[in-house]
Design a binder for this molecule. Structure first.
Ligand code: ZN
Length: 687
């Protein structure tokens, strides 16, 4: 089930996690780029700025049936997906030279769109895999199967919904020596998004859990077991997942990088988990190194015990279910529908997305750089890169000023903060060096084999990095992605070409709009280097303290105000934002808009008081910000995000940071008694 939100134990932060998709936003230079038609003038901007700017848009917007929500991101995603579709359609019809990127993406897309062939094959493409699982004889064979599947599906990626595995084996920078890539073993193995889905006792979570067990049974039944047997097998699989969940950390506990870092040798790991032979496991994975990082040792202790205490037959069912579930979206209709019907409980989608849309996302995920290269050549103008870089540099210089003027930090720590800020590597648009897929075979007529071939490539690519110096040019998002990220280990910020378009960035837009939209995104990502997690890493990406204790205590005090502010925010019924889970993103939002505003004030427009479209430059800046966060979501999606998403709900991404900013009070004349008004001592400005 492709349910996992893009949350990982890596300290890499994204602007948002998922999005969805209709209508075109044409860039128009002649008219005001702000959408005044979206304003709800029955709401006072001083009481609820988000609803003032977006209220009429929200009232008039119907979420498309195949979507879990509708938003500025979704609209842009829809447009970009249509561009990718047209690229893939032309590649598919091109008869491109065999072995070229165009041939590979075109044929992968053709094989994914050939629903007649897929239907006719049913589950037979998995015959060999299912036989391999049926042949399992011992607990060590279970681990062997896990390793084989890594080679089939490839590793998990940080930002996409990926195949699930019993363990999370990945190659990433060593937190204590950020120049080297080391193998990491983290917790995993759950089909539902995280531990809380297995432990919470409210009726909505219980319903999801019950539906999940039914879904497991349905997968067994679809693959040939009678209903009674399928139900029993499903209950046994759920028992394993409940035990894994009990031994797992919660999303909040995963936010502490030090507590999730345990470097050890394989011999030490053997002592920790006597039931797992780690030298043998390393052999299965083709891992040559003797020292690894274990994220959550308690998870592996529990797994070791479960491998011998749970009947082997239940393990075989567990593996069989997850294998089929991972492939379900690419098999015949019964599997696709069962998978969708489970997923929609978490997203609220009424209808499955059209096949082309799902398969464009699949090609983007599997042959990222091949498609990305074609995409930027056609859709990303080189001059955009230059203008963005200029913006990033302005923001960075402003951030430096702000650090220098902070009242709560000593000069010693300020100097270190500025060294770290200046060391941030800026990656814009797309990688300097694209991945070479020449070893990957793709044919027009075999989707599952193509999936396996691309998974095998991704796995070998990952394995080839372990023990070697870090390739700092690598990207972890694809070029068309409508998102951005900061990596604490790399100390870099990454803005894929996808997000460098309207309504985030207008190449001919006025500065108020560009600073209020993409400027805030840039400030947000830079601030991640200094949020509750990022602050623990130094300029080189090492998990190493550079703070004087008093400065750290002052930071904590400020961050606690952020946690308190967001804990009060009610999103749905009585459900609140989890201030702890979202604190890093909230600190980044508040910092991002403060820095972007100050940088905007250095531009000609920022310095002037000339109105455009009846609005002052400051008013335009804040409205542009609120507009990019316009969003309407289904309740199921809101609930899922509250449990898993480290980002706050869009309304509070707008209203809370603005309630902290003196410039907003001035621009819209907010006074005591207004709902947006927050007493000075409670304002949560960190950076
Ligand atoms: Zn973020």
């Amino acid at each position: 089930m492709k349910l996992k939100m893009a949350i990982s134990v890596f300290v890499v932060c994204v602007l948002l996690t998922t999005f969805s998709c209709n209508q075109n936003t044409d860039e128009a230079t002649s008219k005001d780029l702000l959408d005044k038609n979206g304003i709800d003038s029955s709401v006072k901007p001083q009481n609820d700025f988000f609803s003032y700017v977006n209220g009429t848009w929200i009232k008039n917007t119907e979420i498309p049936a195949a979507e879990s929500g509708w938003s500025s991101f979704a609209i842009l995603y829809q447009n970009t997906t249509l561009e990718l579709k047209s690229l893939l359609d032309s590649c598919a019809n091109l008869n491109a030279p065999k072995g070229s990127n165009a041939q590979k993406v075109g044929d992968l897309y053709t094989s994914a769109m050939d629903s007649a062939a897929i239907e006719q094959k049913g589950i037979t493409p998995l015959k060999e895999d299912l036989q391999r699982i049926a042949d399992i004889q011992t607990p060590k064979d279970v681990l062997h199967e896990v390793a084989v599947e890594y080679d089939l599906f490839g590793p998990k990626k940080s930002f996409v919904k990926d195949a699930s595995h019993l363990i999370n084996f990945n190659a990433s920078q060593d937190e204590e020596n950020s120049n080297i890539i080391i193998a990491h073993f983290d917790q995993d193995g759950l089909g539902l998004p995280n531990k809380e889905y297995y432990t919470k006792q409210d009726s909505s979570t219980i319903n999801i859990r019950d539906a999940y067990v039914q879904y497991i049974a349905e997968i067994f039944h679809l693959s040939g077991d009678d209903i009674a047997l399928a139900k029993k097998e499903a209950a046994d699989v759920m028992k394993i997942e409940n035990a894994l969940a009990a031994a797992s950390k919660s999303p909040v506990e995963l936010r502490d990088p030090k507590a999730n870092y345990h470097k050890m040798t394989l011999a030490e790991l053997n002592q920790l988990t006597p039931n797992i032979n780690w030298q043998q496991m390393a052999g299965y994975l083709n891992l040559k190194q003797d020292t690894v990082v274990v994220g959550q040792p308690d998870f592996y202790k529990a797994l070791g015990n479960l491998l011998v205490s749970v009947p082997l037959n239940d393990w075989k069912n567990y593996l069989r279910f997850h294998l089929i579930d991972n492939y379900a979206p690419y098999l015949s209709t019964g599997f696709v529908n069962a998978n969708f019907n489970m997923g929609k409980l978490l997203t609220g989608q009424k209808k499955i997305q059209p096949r082309w849309k799902r398969m464009v996302a699949f090609v983007d995920n599997q042959l990222s750089d091949a498609l990305g290269q074609l995409y930027v050549a056609k859709y990303f103008p080189p001059e955009a890169k230059e203008r963005i870089l200029n913006l990033v540099n302005n923001l960075q210089a402003t951030y430096k000023d702000r650090i220098e003027h902070l009242s709560w930090m000593s000069d010693t720590t300020k100097q270190k903060a500025i060294i770290k800020l200046n060391a941030i590597r800026k990656k814009i648009g797309y990688p300097d060096k694209w991945k070479d897929y020449s070893s990957v075979t793709i044919t027009k007529d075999n989707l599952i084999q193509n999936y396996k071939n691309t998974g095998h490539f991704a796995y070998r690519y990952m394995m080839n990095k372990i023990g070697k110096p870090v390739d700092r040019s690598e990207w972890f998002m694809t070029a068309p992605t409508i998102n951005a990220y900061y990596s604490a280990r790399a100390n870099d910020i990454n803005f894929p070409a996808g997000i460098l378009q309207p309504p985030f960035f207008y190449k001919d837009g006025d500065d108020a709009i560009n600073y209020g939209a993409i400027g805030v995104v840039i400030g947000h990502e830079m601030t991640h280097g200094f949020d509750d997690q990022g602050k623990q890493y130094d300029a080189n990406g090492n998990l190493k303290n550079w703070w004087l204790p008093a400065d750290s205590a002052n930071f904590r005090h400020k961050a606690d105000l952020v946690v308190k502010q967001y804990n009060k925010s009610v999103v749905l019924d009585s459900l609140h934002i989890n201030g702890e889970l979202t604190q890093g993103e909230n600190i980044a939002d508040i910092g991002g808009i403060s820095i972007a505003y100050e940088a905007f004030k250095k531009t000609d427009e920022g310095k002037s008081d000339k109105k455009i479209g009846g609005l002052t430059p400051d008013q335009r800046f804040f409205m542009a910000y609120a507009e990019v966060w316009r969003s309407k979501m289904r309740p199921e999606n809101i609930r899922s995000r509250l449990l898993s998403d480290p980002h706050s709900a869009p309304m509070y991404r707008v209203n809370n940071p603005l309630s902290d900013m003196p410039a907003f009070y001035k621009a819209f004349n907010v006074v005591p008694g207004d709902k947006m008004y927050v007493a000075d001592s409670l304002r949560a400005l960190v950076w």
